[in-house]
Design a protein around this ligand. Structure first.
Ligand code: FES
Ligand code: FES
Length: 157
C-alpha cells in the first residue's frame, strides 16, 4: 500500500492505495466519482478523461499513486454550482450526446483542448478530439458543441 494525498474537485483526500490501482478506479471506487467512466481500459476510448493539474489525461492510463500531490478535476467538479461550464452547456444546447457514455470524457477533453486553442477550426476540433471515441457515432454534434463552446470562452475555466 502507498499513502497518497490528492485534491479532487476541490477537496483534498488522503488515502492508502494499492500501488497498482489505476487512477480511474481510485476515483470511482474510493471516492465515488462515478461520473468518470471506463469504456475500454486500454487507453483507446477516452471515456475516463479527467484533468490532472488542468491538462487532460486518460485516468485508466495512469496509477493513483502518480496523482499524489496533484490536483484532479473530474466531470463532477466542472460546473460552478448550478451553473454549467460553457462546454457542458454547449453539449446540452447542441444535443451532443446520445447514450451519454462518452460525454464526460468528451467534455473534459474539449475543455482542455480549448485552453490550448480557444478559436479552433472545425478540422482542429476533430484532430483535438480524436483520442475520444463515441460508440453512438455522434461526432457531428460533438464538433458543433466544441465550436459553440469556443465562442463562449469554453477554455477559460
Ligand atoms: S477507459 Fe480510459 S481510454 Fe477507455
Ligand atoms: S453518446 Fe453514446 S457513446 Fe457517445
Amino acid at each position: 500500500m502507498a499513502k497518497i494525498s490528492v485534491k479532487v474537485d476541490g477537496v483534498t483526500y488522503s488515502d492508502d492505495v494499492e500501488a497498482r490501482m489505476l487512477l480511474v478506479h481510485y476515483l470511482r471506487e474510493s471516492l465515488g466519482k462515478v461520473g468518470t467512466v471506463v469504456g475500454c481500459d486500454t487507453s483507446n476510448c477516452g471515456a475516463c478523461t479527467v484533468h490532472l493539474d488542468g491538462r487532460s489525461v486518460k485516468s485508466c492510463n495512469m496509477l493513483a499513486v502518480q496523482a499524489d500531490g496533484h490536483e484532479v478535476t473530474t466531470i463532477e467538479g466542472l460546473a460552478d454550482g448550478d451553473t454549467l461550464h460553457p462546454v457542458q452547456q454547449a453539449f446540452h444546447d447542441c444535443h451532443a450526446l446520445q447514450c451519454g457514455y462518452c460525454t464526460p470524457g468528451m467534455i473534459m477533453q474539449a475543455t482542455s483542448f480549448l485552453k490550448d486553442n480557444p478559436t479552433p477550426t472545425e478540422h482542429e476540433v476533430r484532430v483535438g478530439m480524436e483520442g475520444n471515441l463515441c460508440r453512438c457515432t455522434g461526432y457531428h454534434n460533438i464538433v458543433r458543441a466544441v465550436l459553440a463552446a469556443a465562442g463562449e470562452g469554453g477554455g477559460s475555466q
